[in-house]
Design a protein around this ligand. Structure first.
Ligand SMILES: [Zn+2]
Length: 266
């Protein structure tokens, strides 16, 4: 067991909270086709720019009681939730990985904000912005050679094909079976990008875990909404959040899950 430092741990939490702050910008602006750079942060109600000291992750929201300093408009608790969750996710990444496997730490903290943004945007708007899918693919392409040379690059390319083809076939079959879209175009492209990130075995495992989580999520949502009388609620929730969660699980523990599964037969 390699020692983790408390100072670096705190630094990772703070970095995650800052990343969460930016993720909040993505969640609000990408589906509205606004620039993610200009203008700077402003209150969505009164439009007044937010001063830097009112824009400190987690703290500002807590100090101002989740309200705009200027007009007092209530600000969604999503802001503090995403900042705190992102901080904890970065901290967990640092604690979970051997500090020496820094490439895995770096790729995880780059994709975490992307997947958090995908989760919230797809949940609310039923769309996965292309920018985010391309960012996932770019991380996959950039880090594949660093994690294992040519063999790994080939694995990434096959993973991309496996993700694309599997989801494309499922979407066609889903349309035939349910007479409506079971998987959107955004899900298909995201799964292809995820294949680049996790390779072909990882892609299959991601699809399996996402389907499992999606089924559980679907049942929970159905119970909450109590819309059992509707026969078509099989596609009442978006699939992007489950692909995102499954990918993070596979990146963190895919090898261990596959080893545990194979050991059942040996
Ligand atoms: Zn305001």
């Amino acid at each position: 067991m390699i020692e983790h430092s408390a100072i670096i741990g705190f630094f990772m939490f703070a970095l995650g909270a800052i990343a969460g702050s930016f993720t909040n910008v993505l969640i609000w602006r990408l589906p509205r086709r606004e620039s993610i750079v200009f203008p700077g942060s402003h209150c969505p109600v009164c439009g007044k720019p937010i001063k830097f000291y009112d824009n400190i992750p987690i703290l500002s929201y807590a100090i101002l009681g989740g309200r705009c300093r200027n007009c007092g408009a209530k600000i969604s608790p999503r802001y503090i939730f995403v900042e705190a969750f992102s901080g904890l996710a970065f901290l967990a990444t640092y604690i979970f990985y051997d500090p020496l496997s820094y490439i895995q730490i770096i790729r995880m903290i780059i994709v975490l904000p992307i997947f958090i943004a995908i989760t919230f945007i797809d949940w609310e708007h039923w769309v996965i912005p292309d920018e985010l899918t391309i960012a996932v693919a770019a991380v996959g392409i950039a880090t594949a050679p660093l994690l294992g040379g040519w063999k790994n690059i080939l694995d990434s390319v096959i993973g991309c094909a496996v993700g694309l083809i599997t989801f494309y076939l499922v979407s066609i079959l889903g349309k035939k079976a349910f007479r409506k879209e079971a998987l959107g175009e955004g899900d298909i492209y995201l799964m292809a990008a995820v294949g680049l990130l996790v390779g072909w075995v990882g892609a299959l495992l991601t699809i399996f875990i996402a389907a499992l989580l999606g089924t559980i999520g679907g049942i929970i949502v159905m119970l909450i909404r109590k819309t059992k009388q509707q026969s078509d609620n099989i596609s009442m929730i978006p699939f992007g959040p489950f692909i995102a969660a499954a990918t993070v699980i596979v990146m963190a523990a895919g090898d261990e899950i596959i080893k545990a599964y194979l050991s059942l037969f040996m």
